[in-house]
Write a protein that binds this ligand. Structure first.
Ligand SMILES: [Zn+2]
Length: 700
C-alpha cells in the first residue's frame, strides 16, 4: 500500500487570522513574489512544508521559530532549510522535510522565495506542534525509548542499551523474535530482530517463504544514524496497531540487524576491532561479523534489502542511494533496485520533502563502484533487490542550522526512518515484481550464459531533469583484462585449496575456503580428482570473483573447467568423473555412475536420466524428454529451469547440510520425493508439476 500524499493541515485557521488582520487589500492580492498556501504536515521526527511555487524563484528559504502555546516566540527565527530545484523530481509542488528539532515541540514556519540574491516577502506563517517520539508513554512496549531518544540525541544508544531495548521488545511483543546471528571479534552479540504478524514464522526456512526484507543498520561503527532509526522502527513494528503496520507484517517478515559491527560502534571506528572495513568483506567473509550476515542471507533468503551508512559530502542530497551495479548482477535485479530508488524513493521523497539522489550526486566523487566485497553488490549478486543508503553526515548548504549536533543527528536518523518505512511500503506494493525479478535473475544466472566481469559497474544515467541531484556516480567500465568472455562450466579446487588452513582472518586465523563456500550456500561436488564448484547456480556471478585467477579480491586460483560435452551425441551415455554438458543434444539414456557428477546447461536429453550414488547432479536451462531418477546422491542436487517429461523421483539423497534445489522447473508427470535429508527446497520459485507430488515435494 502506497502512502497518500501528505494532507495539508493548519492552513485555514491561519489564513483566517491573516485575513482579519491584513491591510485592506483583496484577500487574493498577495504580491506574486510571495509564497502562498504554506502548509505543515507532521510525521515521525520531521515536518513536511509545502507551498505554491513562485514564478522566477531560484530557491526558497525555510524559516523556523520556536513558539509557546500562545504562539509567542521563545527563540529567534532561524533559516533551517534551503530548497533548490534539483532536490525533487516535480517542480510544481515544492516540499521540504524540516527535521532537526526536539520532536513534540511547537514551531512557526515561514517560507520565502529568492530571485537570484533578492529575498522576496515571507509567506504567512503556519504554526504547529510536531509529533512526539512514537509510542504512548503509558502503554507497555510503546513506552520503551532508546538511549538516543532519552538523551534527546545527545548520546547514541550504547551497546548494552541496545541489548536491553531489543530484549524488552522481544519480551513484550509476540511479533518479535530476537536471534543471535553470531559474535563479533570481541564477543559482542550480533542480534537480528525477526518481526512478523501475529508472530514471526518459526524457522529460517519458514521465514524465507514469506519473502522477507532485511535492513543492515550499522556496518561502519562511526556512521550511527541509521541504527537509531532501526531501533525506533522496530518499536513501531512491534507495537503499532496502525492497519498499515499489521498489513505489512502479515505479508512479509522484517529482518533488522541493528549492529553487525558492535565493536566498531562501541569504539566509534569505521572498521571492526581488527581495523577491517566490514563493507569490503561480504564476499571474502574473512571476519566473523560478515560471515554471520552472509549465513543469515543464505538461511533467511531476504528478497530485498537496505544497507545504512553516512556520507561526508556536504553538498549531496539528504539521502544518496545506489543499486547493486556490478555487471555480474542479473539485469532484473539491477532494474528492480533502480525502480525502488528512482521509481519509488524519488517520487515519495518529493511528497515528503526528502531529497533522495544517486550516491555521488552533487560532486560526490568517485563512489559507489563495483567491488563485490560491498554488501550492496554482494546482495545483488545473491539476487536481492537492494540499495545503499548514505545519510549526508553534515547539514551542508541546504540545512544551515545543523551546527547544533543533536539537530544534525535527528535529521539523519529521522530521514533514515522515513527511508526504511518507505522500503517496507515498496516491498508491500511491488512484492510480485520483486519476486519475478528474483526468479528471472536466478534462472538467468543458473543458465551460465554471457561474459563474466571481475570488476566493472553498470552506468547510472542521470535522472531526467528536473532531477534529484546531478552527477550520478562515474561509469566504472570494466577494463579489458578483467573480462572473461568464455565462462567456464565450473572451478576445480585441490584439497589444499579447499580445506587448507588460511591466515586472512582476525588474529591470522581464518576459516577455510570450504567453510566460506558453505556460508555462501554454493553447491560443491567432490569427485576423485578434486572439488568442483559449478557455475550453473543462482550465484553464478559471484563464484568466479572468489575462485578465478582473475579475481581482484579472491579466495584462491581455482582451475577453470570447460564443458566436455557439446553438440549432438547419439547412443547411451555413461557419466564417470565430472561431466559438463553445454549446448548439447544427447539422444539416448544417461546413466551417472557412483561418485560421478553431471552438470548441464542449454542441453536437451532424449531418454531417461538415472543417477545412483552420484556425487552430484546439477541441471539448469535443460530439457529431459524422459524420466529423471536421482537416488542416494552424496554431495549436491540442483534442478533449475528444467523441463522434464517425467516422472521425477528424488529419493534417499543425503547431501549434508545442503538442501537439494528444485526450482522454476516444469514436470509433465508425477514428482516423488522421499527419504531425502535434507528435504528439497524450491528457493521460493515455484515449480509446475502436472502429476501428483509426494510429501517432501508437496509444497514445491
Ligand atoms: Zn559507510
Amino acid at each position: 500500500m502506497r502512502r497518500q500524499r501528505p494532507t495539508l493541515i493548519a492552513v485555514s485557521t491561519l489564513i483566517a487570522i491573516t485575513l482579519t488582520t491584513a491591510a485592506p487589500t483583496p484577500a487574493n492580492a498577495a504580491p506574486p513574489e510571495q509564497v502562498t498556501a504554506l502548509t505543515a504536515h507532521q510525521a515521525d521526527g520531521y515536518t513536511t512544508l509545502a507551498w505554491q511555487p513562485v514564478d522566477g524563484a531560484t530557491d526558497y528559504q525555510i524559516e523556523r521559530t520556536p513558539v509557546d502555546a500562545d504562539n509567542t516566540p521563545t527563540g529567534v527565527p532561524t533559516i533551517v532549510g534551503i530548497w533548490r530545484p534539483n532536490r525533487q523530481i516535480n517542480q510544481h509542488a515544492p516540499t521540504f522535510a524540516d527535521a532537526g528539532y526536539n520532536p513534540g515541540d511547537t514551531f512557526q514556519w515561514r517560507v520565502r522565495a529568492r530571485t537570484g540574491t533578492t529575498e522576496q516577502p515571507y509567506s504567512d506563517p503556519v504554526t504547529a506542534t510536531t509529533t512526539a517520539p512514537w509510542g504512548n508513554p503509558a502503554t507497555p512496549g510503546e513506552q520503551l525509548r532508546t538511549g538516543w531518544e532519552t538523551t534527546h540525541a545527545a548520546q547514541y544508544t550504547s551497546d548494552t542499551d541496545e541489548y536491553a531495548y531489543t530484549a524488552a521488545i522481544d519480551a513484550l511483543s509476540d511479533r518479535v523474535r530476537v536471534v543471535e546471528l553470531g559474535r563479533t571479534v570481541q564477543n559482542r552479540p550480533i542480534n537480528m530482530m525477526v518481526i512478523g504478524h501475529p508472530t514471526p514464522a518459526a524457522t529460517p526456512e519458514a521465514v524465507a517463504a514469506t519473502a522477507p526484507v532485511a535492513i543492515n543498520c550499522n556496518v561502519h561503527g562511526n556512521e550511527p544514524g541509521d541504527r537509531e532509526a532501526c531501533l525506533i522502527m522496530a518499536r513501531q513494528l512491534a507495537f503499532s496497531t496502525d492497519p498499515r503496520i499489521t498489513d505489512l507484517l502479515s505479508n512479509t517478515t522484517v529482518l533488522i540487524v541493528p549492529t553487525i559491527n558492535g565493536d566498531g560502534r562501541a569504539n566509534n571506528t569505521r572498521g571492526n576491532s581488527t581495523g577491517q572495513d566490514l563493507n569490503r568483506d561480504y564476499s571474502l567473509i574473512r571476519q566473523p561479523e560478515t560471515t554471520a550476515y552472509i549465513r543469515m542471507v543464505r538461511d533467511y533468503r531476504p528478497v530485498a534489502g537496505y544497507d545504512g551508512h553516512e556520507f561526508g559530502n556536504s553538498r549531496a542530497g539528504d539521502l544518496p542511494m545506489l543499486p547493486p551495479r556490478h555487471q555480474n548482477v542479473a539485469q532484473p535485479i539491477f532494474d528492480q533496485s533502480q525502480d525502488m530508488i528512482e521509481g519509488h524513493m524519488y517520487a515519495k521523497g518529493a511528497e515528503a520533502g526528502w531529497w533522495a539522489c544517486p550516491y555521488g550526486c552533487e560532486g560526490g566523487g568517485n563512489v559507489g563502484l563495483s567491488e563485490e566485497t560491498i554488501l550492496r553488490n554482494t546482495l545483488g549478486l545473491k539476487n536481492v533487490t537492494n540499495s545503499l543508503l548514505e545519510l549526508r553526515s553534515s547539514g551542508g548548504q541546504t540545512r544551515p542550522d545543523e551546527g547544533n549536533t543533536a539537530n544534525n543527528r535527528r535529521r539523519k536518523t529521522y530521514s533514515a526512518l522515513w527511508t526504511f518505512q518507505q522500503f517496507l511500503d515498496y516491498h508491500r506494493a511491488d512484492r510480485a515484481d520483486i519476486l519475478t525479478a528474483r526468479s528471472d535473475a536466478i534462472e538467468s544466472q543458473a543458465a551460465n550464459t554471457g561474459r563474466l566481469v571481475f570488476r566493472g559497474s553498470r552506468p547510472i544515467p542521470a535522472h531526467p531533469a528536473p532531477h534529484p541531484g546531478d552527477s550520478p556516480p562515474p561509469l566504472d567500465a570494466p577494463p579489458a583484462d578483467l573480462i572473461l568472455d568464455n565462462a567456464p562450466c565450473a572451478y576445480k579446487l585441490t584439497d589444499a585449496q579447499y580445506n587448507g588452513a588460511r591466515t586472512d582472518g582476525p588474529g591470522g586465523v581464518g576459516t577455510t575456503v570450504a567453510q566460506r563456500i558453505a556460508a555462501h550456500g554454493w553447491k560443491v561436488i567432490k569427485t576423485g580428482d578434486g572439488y568442483y564448484v559449478p557455475l550453473n547456480q543462482p550465484e553464478r556471478g559471484l563464484i568466479p570473483l572468489l575462485l578465478d585467477a582473475k579475481g581482484v579480491e579472491k579466495l584462491t586460483d581455482g582451475e577453470r573447467v570447460y564443458p566436455t560435452l557439446t553438440g549432438r551425441r547419439n547412443g547411451p551415455l555413461t557419466v564417470t568423473g565430472f561431466t559438463c554438458a553445454d549446448d548439447a543434444t544427447i539422444n539416448g539414456p544417461v546413466t551417472v555412475r557412483a561418485g560421478a557428477a553431471l552438470v548441464t546447461t542449454a542441453t536437451t536429453i532424449s531418454g531417461p536420466v538415472s543417477a545412483t550414488r552420484a556425487a552430484g547432479v546439477l541441471l539448469a536451462d535443460t530439457t529431459v524428454n524422459g524420466p529423471l531418477q536421482i537416488t542416494s546422491t552424496t554431495d549436491a542436487i540442483s534442478i533449475i529451469d528444467v523441463t522434464i517429461a517425467g516422472p521425477v523421483n528424488l529419493s534417499g539423497n543425503t547431501t549434508g547440510t545442503d538442501a537439494p534445489v528444485l526450482a522454476g522447473t516444469t514436470i509433465r508427470g508425477p514428482l516423488n520425493c522421499t527419504g531425502n535429508n535434507p528435504a528439497p527446497t524450491n528457493l521460493g520459485i515455484a515449480n509446475t508439476v502436472h502429476g501428483p507430488r509426494t510429501t517432501q515435494c508437496a509444497a514445491l
